[in-house]
Design a protein around this ligand. Structure first.
Ligand code: GTP
Ligand code: MG
Length: 289
């Protein structure tokens, strides 16, 4: 067989023939499809995991976000008016022992994640809660409260009411997406400002919150009854609006775990001189891995 000359090869390629047309079509149609598949597969890695920080006004959310971002607590913070995300990197080490400052360290593997600081003012709460729904890869929620202000009933009631709404949102999300691993979003109650001598210890913070959440739960279900809807409707609505264990008289944070929402409560502080946030940082680092 004579070796084909260059001219013969070119001629064969240029002559319309079925195989050549088919290969051409495959390249033209297949390449974009392949590119799309490759990009779509890697998209989950380009969207970072998200931790949303919620809580009443002046609790210390912005101070915490700033401390974790810059390594130092700000001397002065302003009332937040809009959600603000900071990018952090949790090293796999940090999950076990190292302090939050470790994220400056270039060694080891890091998981980048977004910490979304939200405004605590009651009028901006809708925008804050919207961050929960907006986050594509919501991994955890940190609810910051001022442990020094909690002894005051004026501060306790609105803080607990906000926490109730957040817990109910997580409980509903979990129920709606049952079976999907990504739906399990845990919550950390960060009892802040433990450096102040008026601050309640963590166990007291928990007891106060649970007592108030029990009250809120009872009054919300009574509110439904009083509003004149039929008993059957109440039973149906109750099922959806009732926080925690349905058979329980008293609400406890541990009831949430049975419904797939793990809740932890840890004390700490975001002072400029001696911040105590390592426990919170470790909690977050473990949840974004
Ligand atoms: P909003 O943006 O209004 O929702 O408030 P926030 O939760 O972002 O509070 P922010 O971080 O602005 O802190 C409020 C005030 O509390 C600031 O003056 C902080 O310096 C102070 N603060 C925050 N954390 C601590 C703490 O652990 N101890 C003490 N003593 N003060 C703190
Ligand atoms: Mg703020």
């Amino acid at each position: 067989m004579p070796t084909p000359t260059l001219a013969a090869v070119v001629e064969a390629l240029m002559t319309p023939s079925l195989p050549v047309v088919l290969v051409g079509l495959l390249v033209v149609v297949g390449a974009p499809v392949l590119l799309h598949l490759v990009l779509a597969a890697s998209a989950t890695y380009t969207v970072p995991p998200v931790v949303v920080v919620l809580g009443p006004a002046r609790a210390g959310k912005t101070a915490l976000a700033t401390l974790l971002e810059r390594g130092a607590a700000p001397a002065l913070t302003h009332t937040s008016q809009a959600p603000h995300a900071v990018e952090l990197a949790a090293s796999s080490d940090a999950a076990s022992r190292a302090s939050f400052r470790n994220h400056d360290d270039a060694s080891g593997t890091h998981t980048k994640f977004l910490l979304v600081d939200t405004p605590g003012h009651a009028k901006l709460r809708r925008a804050a809660l919207a961050e929960l729904a907006r986050a594509e890869r919501l991994r955890a929620v940190v609810f910051v409260i001022d442990a020094a202000a909690l002894a005051d009933a004026d501060a306790l009631a609105p803080a607990a009411a906000y926490l109730y709404d957040v817990l109910l949102w997580l409980q509903r999300r979990r129920a709606a997406k049952k079976g999907r691993a990504a739906a399990a979003v845990p919550l950390l109650v960060a009892a802040n400002k433990t450096d102040l001598f008026t601050a309640l210890p963590a166990t007291m913070v928990q007891a106060q919150l649970e007592a108030e959440l029990t009250r809120i739960r009872a009054s919300r279900s009574r509110g439904l009854l009083d509003s004149g809807v039929g008993a059957d409707d109440v039973a149906a609505a109750d099922h959806d609006a009732w926080l925690g264990d349905e058979a329980s008289e008293k609400f406890t944070l541990s009831q949430m775990a049975e419904l797939g929402v793990d809740v932890d409560l840890l004390g700490g502080s975001v002072t400029a001189t001696e911040p105590d946030v390592d426990k919170w940082w470790r909690w977050m680092a473990q949840r974004v891995q």
